[in-house]
Design a protein around this ligand. Structure first.
Ligand code: SAM
Length: 286
């Protein structure tokens, strides 16, 4: 057996052999640091009971590390040029299935029978948040999501109330999952090396999660609350509901009922605070 796929020499050899150039359009930055590749698989704690859903296998570097530990790996790759490459590089692993499809169009019913589903990826960065929302929106019963992304996006996912990275994205993801940044990865670990540093983030389903009854309204309230970061929450909500005296009275009453100062800003409210505020806004509706 030759060296592992993710070694710099083997990666260069594969790209040469197939006359491949990393496609910018598809966000291709291949990992060439075997330590990082192994660490991702270790963080995800993959074992024989697991079915792993991988997004964007590329030339198979991470897939190989996952296949060594998992029961099964199902990998979605959008770039058809990579399909014959993957057929060759992953030939030694009979527990891998590659699907040539856009992950955002994938039908996840194939995973309904999986005993234990774990999602792992070195994500294409241009669609990091659409992918996360798609995975969460499809109501997949996953044990964990372990994914590499741009460091700044990772910070927003994990951000806590009051910090400058805290916002709509933090709240939307933390609504359903617990988020932790597990590993920082420098740009030099990739070929070609991107203009940003990266981090591996782990998301696990929130224990005892109960859907809020007015989910849509809640997230449109949160969106409005962060629309202009330097404005007060009252002013942001006036933009959203319309600048009338009635609306001002209703918004101010609801803030007071929720126990907040009228000059408070959106970044000071937790998810539970927003839920409370929404209930009060509904109660005080004119
Ligand atoms: N897993 C490989 C690695 O770690 O070296 C490649 C990671 S690269 C950052 C992202 C991969 O996602 C590329 O292979 C790219 O072609 C693929 N990709 C991009 N958009 C995709 C989409 N919408 N659906 C599925 N795969 C996609």
């Amino acid at each position: 057996e030759g060296p592992e796929i993710g070694s710099p020499a083997r990666t260069a050899g594969i790209l040469n052999k197939y006359h491949l150039r990393a496609s910018k359009r598809f966000g291709q930055n291949f990992l060439i640091d075997l330590n990082v590749l192994r660490q991702i698989a270790e963080l995800a704690a993959i074992n024989q009971d697991d079915t792993v859903l991988e997004i964007g296998p590329g030339i198979g570097s991470l897939t190989e590390q996952l296949a060594k530990a998992a029961g099964q790996v199902v990998a979605y790759e959008i770039d058809k040029k990579l399909i014959p490459v993957l057929a060759e590089t992953l030939a030694p692993y009979d527990n891998v299935k590659v699907i040539n499809q856009d992950i955002l169009k994938a039908d996840f019913s194939v995973f309904h029978d999986a005993k234990s589903l774990k999602i792992v990826a070195n994500l294409p960065y241009y669609i990091t948040t659409p992918i996360l929302f798609y995975l969460l929106g499809e109501k997949l019963a996953f044990k964990s999501i372990t994914v590499m992304m741009q460091k700044e996006v990772a910070a927003r996912l994990q951000a806590q109330v009051g910090s400058k990275e805290y916002g709509e994205l933090s709240l939307a993801i933390q609504y359903r999952t617990d988020v932790t940044i597990r590993l920082q990865v420098p740009r030099s670990a990739f070929m070609p090396s991107p203009n940003v540093d990266s981090a591996v983030v782990m998301l696990t389903p929130k224990a005892g999660f109960k859907a809020f009854p007015y989910e849509k309204e809640l997230f449109s309230l949160i969106k409005a609350a962060f629309a202009h970061r330097r404005k007060s929450l009252v002013n942001n909500l006036l933009f959203r509901y319309g600048k009338t005296d009635e609306n001002r009275a209703r918004i101010e009453q609801s803030l007071t009922d929720s126990g907040f100062n009228l000059s408070i800003r959106g970044e000071r409210l937790t998810l539970e605070n927003y839920e409370q505020l929404l209930l009060n806004l509904r109660k005080n509706a004119v």
